[in-house]
Design a protein around this ligand. Sequence first.
Ligand SMILES: *Cc1c(COP(=O)(O)O)cnc(C)c1O
Length: 385
Amino acid sequence: MAVPLLDLKPQNLALEPELTAAFSRVLRSGYYILGPELDRFEAAMAELCGVRHALGVSSGTDAILLALMSLGIGPGDEVIVPSFTFFATGGCVSRVGATPVFADVDPVTFNLQAAEVERHLTPRTRAVIPVHLFGQAADLDPLLDLLRPRGIPVVEDAAQALGARYQGRPVGALGTFGAFSFFPSKNLGAFGDAGLLTTDDDALADRARLLRLHGARPKYYHHAVGANFRMDALQAALLAVKVPHYARYTAQRRANAADYTARLSRLPGAGLAGAGQGLRLILPTVVSEPDHIWNQYTIRVPGPGRRDALRAFLTERSIGTEIYYPVPLHAQPCFAPPPGIARPTLPVSELLAAEVLSLPIYPELTADQRTEVVEAIAGFLATGR
Ligand SMILES: *Cc1c(COP(=O)(O)O)cnc(C)c1O
């Protein structure tokens, strides 16, 4: 039996009548960008995220970009980002003309920590972008305690973490801005690109709303140079069909993760990070039980070449996996420092890039498919590799 890394069809086809109806409604409305469908969706998202303002935008990348533009960040400014993340977290900093400063992450949670951020603070630091990687919140309180007195805003990259919580509070509502993505492989997946920007700050929300529409207010009177960051009415209408099911999708992901962890932890040499030396398979650590939303279930396979060997072993058995992410940002060619300046060394990000492997975790994964994955991994370990 094949086990794909992700199959979008079962979730979306189960809603085909409602999705088709939403499509027809938009088709007949003649209103295809922003508009009443988006207003309704934004209200639902503001409630889900526990924020005063939620703006539908063109993608998760554009949500981060719009946050930085709304904060007025530009040339000469530095923004601290984790190196172990998706490209957009750092790319958006360069796109506003500022300098991304890459910080290392925690090997247990994969997330940015306050002590590491503090090492990189300079008088030019204008923002920090913690990422809630794989659906688990970064440790925000120490970060906010460090940055608030200095007046440095936090932009949460919550692209992988819609509905995840930090000490009971929804992510995206704790920093100055939260950026979410509805890319189809995210936990709430659209039918194309879409994203969301959240904030509790009325003035910043107003600024972001202005910049989302080329800085025009009214139309054709431009107060600032913004861009086209608009979300389609169609994406809003289709996503709104999926919102009432979102809690169930998350519960299913949590059940899949709990099942993996229970069964994989019984394999010889498998355990949580810190469970002793010589682990051959490191399982993901959950900092706080009900808060993780499992965009990815990511294991570590220590030892030279072992991660790639396990991946090849699973591929041969038609089990899909992915490496999120094989190259940390500080090692990407586009972020190479100018000639004569050495690249920074960020040992944890480099180690994780060599060891991580994400397993299928999507909500509709069946018990038989999970068994197949666990047994294949057991088979790999039994070969002595
Ligand atoms: C997906 C993702 C983004 C970008 O979202 P898009 O909607 O694909 O533009 C940004 N940051 C992280 C961590 C992501 O996973």
